[in-house]
Design a protein around this ligand. Structure first.
Ligand code: ZN
Length: 548
């Protein structure tokens, strides 16, 4: 078979070149869409033309073999890499999602991530290696051909192709997608983003100045303590508080019964971003990137932490995350920053419960009458097994209703085990979150006010609708979050908070809990306000029933 094929390639070199073209077409159509596919093929054409060019001297032939293999190999790599990003994240390489993730990830973290996701990419890698092997073989045979003259017909054909190829390279919008131009430019974008983050002190100064100039003031009692518990990757569908069949959140349910109308569970809470950095950007800056909304006459509301400080709150930021972007964009706006975790990435094993002592200290601090304490937890962020103590595995036996349901949906064993681990994390998380509220209750300032808000930055898919465990921009589970509110002495009005809630409007609700006010507030976006008006966000997942 091999001999026959080699013989065929020797006698009809055009067959080898056609096979190479087919291989390139395949990889281009995996990674690109529409007209871009033929464009990519035209950009790769010089490699094929060079192969057909009669070359006599052996050194030149070796050079050609090397040059053509490199060039076409890069096109193949480009196609496969793009196909992977599209399939896993529904994203192109220069999307904010991918750029932010790349800028916010060290090489070590990237490696850890890839190791953990092995099952998802190794078939693709195998296919890529096979394709590269085939490509190399074809280029070798073709470049070893003795030079043979072209007939008149094929001479015109090759001349035409050469012309098309020149057109493709002359066009800037086409040339931009040439992998040799695209990927270095991509690397520069990632580096620029990283540099912007690493020096954001000027930006923070501006936010504080803007907040001071906004006319913000505190209305409530002389002393007030507000705790914001912001968690990561918690899907409300896995909390028994929200009706999940495994008893994952018994402590929060007990608190909910005890506190009655002081504690409000928002039944239909949604994030509008499926990843941390983008979610937090919206969450703290009233729906978007701290700048004025395009088309809006109102000035940008800025950053809720800056506003709280300008209104006289002392702000703490305590975190179990080690994340440059979040530290620079949000945490450093606080008066006191405490990062207990200096181990970046998914392999960090610091438990969220370690933050409780720091919370106790901040609550006991009597120096400031008005306090806002932000607790940023790792929650249920992958790897799930590192987010709860090893001994705490309450659902490991399986065999329950959840297990049966997943079996009925043909979910593979590894995914059902991931679900058990995930639910164990929610179970541990329940205790930590409930304890933050109990601590706050013990430290309500005498004659003062206190409030607490708990929510997740985004959800997590653990075999809810697809065979996948992790962040999920492409399914509802990536956006379904829990949200709870508590305050004293004023209880919540009966029936409030029953409409859907979106996390990028958190700032407006937090402003009410802080009892701060400034001109230009938007009560229609505060879920506690009688004037609240729900507007559905645009999520990249098609039709969504937000009241589900
Ligand atoms: Zn997150």
């Amino acid at each position: 078979m091999r001999v026959w094929f080699a013989e065929l390639l020797r006698r009809r070199p055009s067959v080898g070149i056609a096979a190479l073209a087919a291989l390139l077409l395949l990889s281009a159509s995996l990674g690109h869409e529409g007209l871009r596919v033929p464009q990519m093929l035209l950009l790769a054409l010089p490699g094929l033309i060079w192969l057909r060019w009669p070359v006599r001297s052996p050194p030149w032939r070796r050079l050609r073999l090397f040059g053509v293999a490199m060039l076409l190999g890069i096109f193949l790599l480009d196609g496969f890499l793009r196909a992977y990003l599209r399939q896993r994240y529904a994203a192109v390489p220069d999307s904010t999602l991918v750029l932010t993730a790349a800028a916010n990830t060290s090489p070590r973290e990237a490696l850890e991530y890839l190791m953990a996701q092995g099952a998802q990419w190794w078939p693709g890698l195998l296919a890529l290696l096979l394709a590269l092997g085939l490509l190399l073989g074809l280029v070798r045979v073709a470049s070893q051909q003795p030079p043979r003259p072209l007939g008149t017909g094929s001479r015109w054909l090759w001349l035409g192709l050469l012309l098309l190829c020149c057109v493709a390279h002359a066009s800037k919008p086409w040339r931009r997608h040439h992998p040799v131009a695209f990927w270095p430019h991509w690397a520069v974008s990632v580096e620029t983003l990283r540099m912007n983050w690493s020096d954001q002190s000027r930006q923070r100064e501006l936010l504080l100045e803007q907040a001071r100039a906004s006319g913000v003031r505190a209305l409530g009692a002389e002393s007030s303590t507000v705790v914001l518990v912001l968690t990561d990757s918690v899907n409300r569908d896995n909390m028994s508080l929200y009706g999940y069949q495994r008893e994952t959140t018994l402590q929060l349910q007990a608190l909910s019964r005890e506190e009655g109308a002081r504690l409000l569970v928002l039944p239909h809470a949604w994030s509008v971003q499926a990843t941390t950095v983008a979610a937090l950007d919206g969450l703290f800056s009233f729906g978007g990137s701290m700048a004025a909304q395009p088309g809006s006459a109102a000035p940008a509301p800025g950053h809720i932490l800056a506003l709280a400080r300008a209104a006289g709150y002392r702000v703490w930021w305590m975190s179990n995350h080690d994340d440059l972007a979040i530290e620079q964009q949000h945490a450093q706006l606080a008066d006191t920053v405490e990062m207990i975790n200096r181990e970046p990435g998914r392999s960090s094993s610091m438990l969220d419960g370690e933050l409780l002592d720091s919370l106790e200290e901040a609550l006991a601090d009597r120096a400031a009458p008005r306090k806002l304490i932000v607790l940023h937890l790792l929650g249920a962020h992958p790897h799930y097994r590192l987010r709860a103590p090893e001994a705490l595995r309450p659902f490991e036996q399986g065999g329950d209703a959840v297990e049966r349901e997943m079996q009925g949906q043909q979910r593979p064993v590894w995914l059902r085990e991931q679900r058990q681990d995930y639910d164990a994390v929610i179970h541990y998380h329940d205790g930590v979150v409930a304890e933050t509220l109990r601590k706050l209750k013990r430290h309500v300032p005498a004659g003062g006010e206190a409030a607490w808000m708990y929510l997740s930055d985004h959800g997590q898919e653990v075999g809810h609708s697809i065979d996948h465990a992790g962040h999920s921009p492409g399914t509802e589970a990536g956006y379904r979050i829990p949200a709870m509110l508590w305050r004293t002495p004023q209880a919540f009005a009966p029936g409030s908070g029953q409409q859907p809630f979106r996390a990028d409007w958190t700032g407006w609700t937090l402003a009410e809990l802080l009892r701060i006010e400034w001109p230009g507030m938007e009560p229609a976006r505060n879920v506690l306000d009688p004037r609240y008006r729900w507007e559905a966000p645009q999520l990249p997942i098609g039709e969504v029933d937000f009241a589900r």
